[in-house]
Unconditional design. Structure first.
Length: 63
């Protein structure tokens, strides 16, 4: 398994941690922070993180 596949499997906890640390973030900020935290290994797009954010919002985790 390559690092990219590993990070993709961890995208939800990474995003949850970012939101916990920063409370409110714009989508662009999330993509930049993920890129920074993974040292550029994982570069997510809006197509990847917005569905995740919507899913978390439906669960009542973000809002």
């Amino acid at each position: 398994m390559n690092n990219n596949a590993l990070y993709k499997g961890c995208l939800e906890p990474i995003v949850l941690q970012l939101l916990h640390q920063n409370v409110r973030m714009y989508g662009y900020e999330i993509t930049q922070k993920v890129k920074e935290q993974t040292k550029g290994t994982l570069q997510i797009t809006e197509g990847a993180h917005y569905p995740l954010l919507h899913k978390l919002e439906e669960k009542g985790i973000t809002g």
